[in-house]
Design a binder for this molecule. Structure first.
Ligand code: TXA
Ligand code: MG
Length: 352
């Protein structure tokens, strides 16, 4: 398949408008368009068309039982595809448009293929101007998983999108780097009125608790599933976000981490994700290209913004192992922790 790549600068120039109209037409005709959102790039198709959903699953190599998120132009449009409740409206007022996905009972117009046979549907109103303008012009909700091959880290820049998606989609809209770098927070409104947190993101538990006190964090957010355990969100059970090189997480003091990495670096080639404050400890341990900055320890937003980008770049170094510090679970740290333990296939080495 021939893939057209179009750069969108402002959504306002005649060139940008022509690209957006062309992309909207591709979607209406059942084709696939990769577009930027404020979290990660999305691989979009017409969300009300089962054949488009089928194409998304095959372009990504995604397991058929893992449902897609419907992206809508404004929070009220959820009513076209789902049964909303006062709690949805309160969440929408507080956080939409923005990096929050809400699972609601689905209306019959949402094809079963999109929701992988479930009675519910995931709804998200993104903040990114290109995403919003594309949905508006398409005139239909856009079904979109993250624009990466299944199992790999999500894409946060067009170079990484091209590596995974060139030749698999009709069009790629290049909107530059995404803002948050990790996927949206996913919550499910349960029948008893509690909010189940299925995937942490930039809308943190602390922020959600300004809307409701009744928040239940799903077990799978922090740990691997036990055999036979059922999941609230099908996506929880698959290997995720993983670079090709083995990632190992370290927990312990900064000195203990540096000592561990020094020992390993004498045996084989390793790279490490390192906080700026700790960088001096690694000057004589690792070559420059294998000392990968994740910003300051006190700025986990920057680490989140860079994580998937850096995991993909670290793969290109062809080292044998990649090390990273296990983040705290506070604030945005919970989202980082959740992605990193999956990317590392739950390998955490406790030091000290
Ligand atoms: O930030 C994001 O959410 C990005 C951008 C593109 O919007 N999208 C994204 O989609 O991360 P994806 O498909 O990679 O992850 C969606 C997750 C999956 O884990 C899936 O299992 C879950 O949402 N999900 C979708 N529909 C669901 C439903 N009805 N019930 C429970 N989980 C659902
Ligand atoms: Mg994904």
């Amino acid at each position: 398949m021939n893939t057209i790549v179009s750069k969108i600068v402002s959504c306002k120039t005649p060139e940008d408008i022509a690209s957006l109209d062309r992309a909207a037409q591709v979607l209406r005709q059942g084709g696939l368009v990769v577009f930027p959102t404020e979290t990660v790039y999305g691989l979009g198709g017409n969300g009300l068309d089962a054949d488009s959903a089928e194409k998304i699953f095959s372009a990504k190599g995604r397991p058929a039982d893992n449902p897609l998120i419907l992206h809508i132009a404004s929070p009220e449009d959820a009513e076209d595809v789902a049964y909303v409740s006062p709690l949805y409206t309160a969440l929408a007022d507080a956080f939409m448009p923005g990096p929050l996905t809400v699972i609601l009972p689905a209306k019959a117009c949402v094809p079963l293929r999109v929701r992988a046979g479930l009675p519910t549907v995931a709804v998200r109103c993104p903040q990114h101007p290109v995403a919003r303008e594309l949905i508006r012009r398409a005139g239909v909700p856009i079904a979109a998983p993250s624009a990466n091959l299944s199992g790999s880290p999500s894409t946060t820049c067009v170079r990484h999108v091209i590596m995974d998606m060139m030749g698999r989609v009709d069009m790629i809209l290049d909107g530059g780097e995404t803002t948050f770098g990790l996927e949206s927070t996913i919550v499910k409104i349960e029948e008893n009125g509690t909010l189940a947190l299925l995937r942490p993101g930039a809308i943190t538990v602390e922020m959600l608790s300004s809307v409701t006190e009744k928040i239940n964090i799903a077990d799978a957010v922090f740990s691997a599933l036990k055999a036979g355990e059922t999941v609230l969100s099908p996506g929880m059970k698959y290997k995720h976000y993983a670079p090709k090189t083995q990632l190992l997480l370290l927990s312990g003091s900064r000195e203990a981490m540096a000592k561990h990495i020094e020992k390993k670096a004498k045996e084989f080639s390793v790279a490490a994700l390192i906080y700026d404050e700790d960088m001096p400890l690694y000057m004589d341990i690792l070559p420059a290209e294998c000392r990968i900055s994740i910003g300051s320890r006190s700025d986990l937003t920057t680490e989140a913004h860079k994580l998937f980008y850096l995991l993909r770049e670290a793969d290109a170094l062809s080292v044998q192992e990649i090390y990273a510090p296990l983040p705290s679970k506070e604030g945005i740290g919970m989202a980082l922790y959740n992605r990193m333990i999956r990317a590392a296939a739950y390998t955490v080495i406790k030091l000290d």
